[in-house]
Design a protein around this ligand. Structure first.
Ligand code: NAD
Ligand code: DAU
Length: 346
């Protein structure tokens, strides 16, 4: 890609999107348009440090709105689609908005991309959850079938499948990323790790679902951004790429790491009623992406250290979130569960 390109980033006010915009502005002389609806998870505080950069423009809008999407797509040479409802627990409460954004929103973007005069790349952010959960030692490759098990994952699979279909049918320049569980700065504290860290900092309980034995692969968000940068510039059109850090750990171990790093007692851990249909383990091979020259720079300890330190040092960022709509959500999701929870016994 040459200088003065325009990249349309959707969902750029969220966790990964905001880190990715910062990454692009630091490395390239591109113009960035951030199209974000500002749902409860979208937060302009995530981009305060770049909001006055003349190369950056924020547009509040919905990816389901064909008029705004078409107008912006006509200016773009590339699009990176992060926009989504991203929390599995909320999809279990009410899946409608997940289908709307992940499936219909992707369709609106693809339709507009089809007509866009100078678009040469459509990078779509999918998820490892499209494969469903892995049993035993299974490690998914890009050839494995889709077996999504939560409403969130099924909606993500629907969005991704449309991308492939538009690539095949209309020759759109589609590249798909399937990332693992990201951690790092600016993650909304409904997700396990920022929730655990911020609760621990306030001496509040860490609610572990079930027996805490489910396994996730923790990918530091900067490593993810480097992988997406590579796919934006060198991913093969029509291909999907797993992005895995190989940092697989059970939830209990992660909670213990956080408490050790913050010098807080293990007694803060509480076992609560499990998530329905809880995926046991996600595990993927990233060999295909590694062949393009990517490898993660952060192992589990380094990723956790940087993440825990960021929340410890940015209390003002998360306290503002936790005082709003979040309180109601937390009570609804955890009030009863914590009242009936079981203690941790080491
Ligand atoms: P997030 O919830 O922090 O951010 C999502 C952003 O999308 C928010 O800013 C929100 O306002 C915006 N948005 C939602 N609906 C929209 C709509 N209709 N129109 C425009 N903007 C809308 O999510 P995240 O964790 O940053 O995830 C980003 C993407 O990466 C998502 O597609 C998610 O499925 C995918 N993903 C996330 C992870 C992870 O671990 N967080 C892992 C794999 C894949
Ligand atoms: O793997 C990629 C996916 O990772 C992304 O596609 C999703 O957008 C993202 O939200 C994330 O999904 P998870 O369901 O894995 O993330 P979450 O942080 O919600 O949960 C991580 C693990 O921790 C999971 O096994 C459930 C457990 N958990 C979660 C919460 C919120 C708890 O034990 N207690 C909790 O309070």
């Amino acid at each position: 890609m040459t200088a003065s390109r325009t990249v349309l980033v959707t969902g750029g006010a969220g966790f990964i999107g905001s880190n990715f915009i910062r990454h692009l502005l630091a490395r390239y002389d591109y113009h960035i348009i951030n199209l974000d609806k500002l749902t409860y998870a979208g937060n302009l505080d995530n981009l305060r440090d770049v909001e006055d950069d003349p190369r950056y423009r924020f547009v509040q809008g919905d990816v389901c709105d064909a008029a705004v999407v078409t107008e912006l797509m006509n200016e773009a040479s590339a699009v990176v689609n992060f926009a989504a409802e991203s929390h599995v627990d909320r999809s279990i409460e009410d899946a409608g908005v997940f289908i709307q954004t992940q499936v219909y929103g992707a369709f609106v973007l693809l339709e507009a991309a089809r007509q866009a005069p100078s678009l040469d790349r459509f990078l779509h952010i999918s998820t490892d959850e499209v494969y469903g959960h892995s049993i035993g030692d299974q490690r998914f490759t890009e050839e494995d079938p889709f077996r999504p098990r939560s409403p969130y994952a099924a909606a993500k699979a629907g969005g991704e499948l449309q991308c492939h279909a538009f690539g095949e049918t209309y020759g759109l320049p589609i590249v798909v990323a399937r990332p693992a569980n990201n951690i790092g700065p600016y993650q909304y504290p409904e997700k396990a790790i920022p929730l655990f860290v911020t609760n621990a900092l306030d001496d509040e309980p860490l609610p572990l679902y079930g027996e805490g034995l489910q396994v996730r692969d923790r990918l530091f968000v900067d490593d993810h951004c480097e992988a997406l940068d590579l796919l934006l510039h060198s991913g093969e059109i029509g291909e999907a790429y797993n992005i895995s850090a190989g940092n697989e750990r059970a939830n209990t171990e992660v909670a213990e790491t956080i408490l050790e790093m913050l010098e807080k007692p293990k007694s803060l851990i509480r076992f609560v009623e499990d998530r329905p249909g809880h995926d046991q383990r996600y595990a993927m091979s990233s060999r295909k992406l590694e062949a393009l020259g990517w490898s993660p720079r952060h192992d589990y300890e380094a990723a956790m250290e940087k993440t825990v330190a960021w929340y410890r040092d940015h209390r003002e960022w998360w306290e503002k979130i936790k005082s709003g709509e979040y309180r109601e959500y937390y009570e609804r999701m955890y009030g009863q569960r914590l009242a009936e929870s079981k203690p941790f016994e080491s």
